[in-house]
Design a protein around this ligand. Structure first.
Ligand code: FAD
Length: 434
């Protein structure tokens, strides 16, 4: 006999766990499938985790979740070959009773989240890949087939939480393969160091943490970003650029990562560390315009599988958790009224998502991905060099009168971009940002 569930969730990442937990806690019969050996074994993140979004799902998560450090300092760096110019924000306000952001290690965190999903009553099957969707005669999704021998598994609704590759969704024709200009390829290493040394180097105490996000010549004219996040006894460090840029330039992500690690501003922070882990993963970067169809007859898509990632603010896990939770709540609402899980009724998920920060934020920055992609040389090469030159001109004291220094800086900007170019870049940035 074919077993029937209220919902099948494909994937046990942030989005899938949020959806499965929400539905199982409300009494729905939920099956979650995860292709990895355990939840988190396949997942890669920086990783900053945003507490507010998890609190909305598991309010007391701080009691037992594996958290690394709570963030008290954020540094944004604009880098050229030998320098960085930066904005730092550090506040003791972040040493609050319930901190706002934490670094996490996904392999540990996803295992913990999955335990909560099981405790809420869901059945979680690992080492099981959903290979295809099952349809009824009318074309409605009614379940999945897996790589395990046996019949199809039936459910009223399938939640696609399979991450950025989303092979099940693309193979089934529910969405297109993400385009190379809408996904970044990121590589990441974990550098282990004694806890005290990390605290010394970053000026931290106790569980305080610091993150650095860096753009500039390190991405060699490509649209990309590097990061360095402090964990308790390790530093996560990585860099990612658009796949289309890697293809066009034939640059290698490993070479970029090596250059970032050996940059004078970074080298001293990781000196003496032992590299124990290495990972590569895609990140959806296309923003609002790259979001595929989010729901249909018998299915919804959440998290990275729906490209719900805010690359401008480097937020993905919060969008994944919130879209998973909202999809779960919409399904609970539909089931509790004995309504069918048709496309018309599942549209509730999109309506709810529209009124959340997820689609509001992505819509706000809808023009940013294209602007950065089509002007990557200016934004990631020319301006970082000009900013460095201006900063050096300002702080170097060599007897040159200040007026002459300012004139030299202005002349360098005009030579690089022209007056009209500078105005046009500023306007385009302001319009895309607003
Ligand atoms: P995933 O976490 O990718 O989970 C998908 C799951 O589905 C996986 O467990 C996978 O094994 C499983 N799966 C896939 N196909 C199948 C199938 N057919 N059958 C069964 N299981 C399947 N976001 C932040 O908020 N903060 C950060 O600091 C941050 N840093 C990042 C750094 C890097 C290098 C990268 C790559 C991403 C980063 N992100 C960050 C983005 C964030 O990781 C993602 O947005 C988030 O993980 C998306 O969650 P998800 O559940 O949608 O997908």
């Amino acid at each position: 006999l074919e077993e029937k569930f209220d919902a099948i969730v494909v994937g046990a990442g942030m989005a899938g766990n949020a959806a499965a937990f929400t539905m199982a806690s409300c009494g729905l019969k939920v099956l979650q499938l995860e292709r990895g050996e355990y939840p988190g074994s396949k997942n890669v993140q920086g990783a900053i985790m945003y507490a507010h979004m998890l609190e909305e799902i598991i309010p007391d998560f701080r009691d037992d979740a594996p958290l690394e450090r709570h963030l008290v300092e954020q540094r944004f760096w604009m880098m050229d070959k030998t320098s960085h110019a930066g904005i730092h924000y550090r506040s003791d306000d972040f040493n609050e009773a319930k901190p706002n952001r934490y670094t996490i290690i996904r392999a540990q965190f996803d295992k913990w989240f999955s335990r909560k999903v099981r405790e809420a009553g869901a059945t979680v099957l690992c080492e099981t890949t959903a290979t295809e969707l099952a349809y009824d005669n009318a074309g409605k999704v009614v379940g999945v087939r897996t790589d395990r021998a046996g019949e199809r598994i039936l459910a009223d609704v399938v939640v696609l939480a399979e991450g950025v590759n989303g092979l099940l969704g693309t193979r089934s024709g529910l969405r297109e393969m993400p385009k190379p200009e809408t996904v970044a390829l990121a590589v990441k290493e974990m550098h282990f160091l004694p806890e005290e040394l990390i605290e010394q180097r970053f000026g931290l105490k106790g569980n305080e943490g610091c993150v650095i996000e860096a753009a500039g010549t390190i991405s060699r004219s490509m649209t990309g970003l590097a990061f360095l996040y402090t964990n308790k006894e390790s530093i996560s460090l990585g860099i990612g650029c658009l796949v289309s840029d890697f293809a066009a330039t034939m640059e290698s992500p490993y070479v970029l990562l090596d250059a970032f690690k050996n940059h004078p501003s970074v080298r001293a922070l990781i000196a003496g560390s032992e590299v124990k882990e290495y990972a590569a993963h895609l990140i959806p970067e296309g923003g609002y315009k790259a979001i595929p169809q989010l729901f249909g007859d018998g299915w919804v898509a959440v998290g990275d599988a729906a490209q719900l990632n805010n690359a401008v603010h480097r937020e993905g896990s919060n969008h994944a958790m919130t879209s998973g939770r909202i999809a779960g709540e919409a399904i609970v609402h539909i089931k509790s009224r004995n309504l069918a899980t048709t496309k018309k009724n599942l549209a509730l998920y999109k309506t709810m998502l529209e009124s959340s920060f997820v689609l509001k934020d992505l819509r706000k920055h809808k023009d940013m991905p294209a602007l950065l992609h089509t002007n990557s040389h200016n934004f990631f090469m020319t301006y970082p060099q000009l900013i460095s030159l201006a900063a050096q001109n300002l702080v170097r004291v060599d007897g040159t009168p200040k007026l002459e220094k300012e004139k030299a800086t202005t002349a360098a900007y005009i030579a690089a971009r022209s007056r009209w170019g500078l105005v046009s870049d500023a306007l385009r940035l302001a319009f895309a940002w607003r």
